[in-house]
Design a protein around this ligand. Structure first.
Ligand code: ADP
Length: 553
């Protein structure tokens, strides 16, 4: 506790560093009061006593101190004033009554230490030694006891002054370290600001309550577009922030800053900011949580990447794809129609019949591709589905039967495990499209000799359609992006398996439009399992009616 008080006093002294006249005024005032009190008590017999001389020295020193131009002479000379004060007190000590003034020594002793630290402490100690001990040695009226008393003063002076000097030194070291650390922090802060301002990505840091902590220049530009009337600096404020379609305003819960402030982590959340088509920008936002040492949520960092050119190119591409696919459809429909008419004839040679079947199959494939392209170009996240009572058992069985020739040609065993009937509310055509896609992928990405298993079951209140293969598998890094438009896994590209990278994205849109999910588990080189899960509870979905195959019973 004393240590703390001493330390605080030293810090205050160090910080304030009083002027010499202020020190001296305090000393003179205390000395004058002490002398007056002693005079009042009858301790002063006459002015020519030692005490009178001490008072005179104190008074002269006090008068002279403000007259010295201390700024122009080295500060060390200031010590002359406290030394003169010690002289005054030493002179007073020659009188028996003057001993009462010995505690006043504290002030000049501390002053010396404050001015010159260890050197000041040495000066104060030597001065008190000379002025208290020497007179006690030579004064004929002093005995051994007085000498012992006289020694106490320099000992106390040494203790106090050295203690002050060392604490002040420590304070100075601490102050220097603090100043150094502050300078380093300032420098690092300037570096960090410069780096943050250099990058072409908007960066934002939120604290645990969602308050904006810091942002770079780029993000300030985005904020100007999104919040032209200003921003209160808290996550979730609504502004000119639109979804990926560029027309639906985001709600508070959809705002990336709000989601991040709730501890959500995400990538590539797309949005548009601003409402002027000339200046608005499309942003792709990623968020990561910041955690403290205990792993608790402490804030979030968000990166806003400008993807305007990409989004515009995507739109142009979609329009192009849509118009090309549309143009392809008309001649394709005519080709398929005429091939069907030809195939119905019975007078064709067997060879021509087989060749026409190839044309029909490829025409069918081309038709599916064009349909996929059209859908991809037009689809905006969800899809309109028309649910009616459908037998999923029939749907899955039909998909497997349709894929059987392709599986056989590829040397792959195709197996089905499904109940005879599983009736529920779905958009039959769309679900069939998804299952077709999963099965055709499984066959496409499984080498000859492999196996594809299709399973339909009701599992824990959900319908599960599972397509498992023993094929090439998908590496972990690609798994998250499989369902993105035009994405193709590196492994598939390397093995030159043909495809556009659209089927899975469409399958996911279909399944999600039914309120379901599609997941994948896979291991490179060992195969993949794709699972469609559809809800069976809820008002709008019929409870499935499962009928096992009578042959199994
Ligand atoms: P496509 O098959 O036309 O390329 P998809 O969207 O159906 O497009 O599939 C996207 C990518 O996912 C494929 O290119 C392939 O890399 C990977 N993939 C899909 N199914 C499988 C599977 N069963 N085994 C291995 N990779 C697969």
């Amino acid at each position: 506790m004393d240590d703390v008080i001493g330390h605080r006093l030293s810090r205050a002294l160090f910080a304030a560093r009083p002027a010499p006249w202020a020190w001296q005024c305090v000393f003179a005032a205390v000395l004058a009061i002490a002398l007056l009190l002693m005079a009042a008590g009858g301790a002063l017999s006459s002015l020519d006593s030692w005490l009178g001389l001490a008072g005179l020295i104190g008074a002269v020193t006090t008068l002279l101190t403000p007259l010295v131009p201390w700024q122009r002479i080295p500060r060390a000379f200031v010590c002359a004033v406290p030394v003169l004060d010690i002289v005054a007190l030493g002179v007073a000590g020659l009188d028996v009554a003057g001993w009462a003034l010995a505690p006043l020594m504290l002030l000049p002793v501390v002053w010396c230490a404050v001015e010159l630290r260890l050197r000041g402490a040495v000066i104060a100690t030597v001065a008190t030694l000379l002025l208290y001990v020497l007179p006690a040695l030579v004064h004929e009226t002093r005995g051994g006891a007085t000498l012992a008393w006289s020694l106490l003063v320099p000992i106390a002076a040494a203790g106090i002054s050295f203690a002050f000097a060392s604490v002040l030194d420590a304070v100075e070291v601490e102050r220097r370290q603090l100043a150094g650390a502050r300078e380093t922090i300032d420098r690092q802060q300037r570096f960090a600001d410069a780096i943050l301002d250099t990058v072409d990505v908007g960066l934002l840091l939120l604290d645990r309550d969602g308050a904006y902590q810091t942002m770079n220049r780029r993000h300030r530009d985005f904020m100007q577009l999104a919040f032209p009337d200003g921003h209160a600096g808290h996550a979730g404020q609504l502004g000119l922030v639109y979804g990926e379609d560029g027309s639906t305003l985001l709600t508070r819960e959809e705002m990336p800053s709000y989601r991040a402030s709730q501890g959500e982590e995400f990538d590539d959340a797309r949005m548009w900011v601003g409402d002027d088509p000339l200046t608005w920008r499309a942003l792709s936002v990623s968020a990561r949580s910041v955690r403290d040492e205990q792993g608790r949520f402490a804030g979030a960092a968000l990166a806003y990447k400008d993807v305007t050119d990409f989004m515009r190119a995507l739109r142009v591409k979609d329009e192009f794809v849509a118009s090309v696919s549309h143009e392809l459809r008309t001649p394709l429909t005519s080709i398929r129609g005429y091939v069907d008419i030809l195939l119905e004839r019975h007078d064709l040679p067997a060879e021509a019949q087989a060749q026409l079947e190839v044309v029909a199959r490829n025409g069918e494939r081309l038709n599916r591709l064009v349909a996929d392209l059209l859908h991809t170009a037009r689809a905006e996240g969800s899809m309109k589905v028309v649910r009616t009572r459908q037998d999923l058992g029939d749907i899955v069985r039909a998909s497997v039967e349709a894929a059987a020739p392709a599986a056989q040609a590829a040397g792959i065993a195709l197996e089905l495990d499904a109940p005879a009937s599983l009736v529920t509310l779905v958009d039959g055509q769309r679900i069939a499209q998804s299952v077709d896609n999963l099965i055709s992928n499984a066959i496409k990405y499984t080498p000859s000799g492999g196996k594809v298993e299709v399973r339909l079951a009701v599992d824990g209140g959900r319908i599960e359609i599972c397509v498992a293969d023993s094929g090439i598998g998908i590496q972990a890094a690609d798994r998250d992006r499989l369902f993105m438009r035009f994405f193709r896994a590196r492994h598939a590209e390397e093995q030159s398996v043909q495809g556009l990278g659209l089927g899975l994205g469409i399958a996911r849109t279909i399944v999600e439009s039914h309120g379901g999910r599609i997941d994948v588990e896979s291991e490179l080189g060992r195969g993949s399992v794709f699972r469609i899960r559809l809800p069976v509870s809820g008002d709008d979905v019929a409870q499935p009616v499962v009928q096992r195959d009578p042959a199994e019973a």
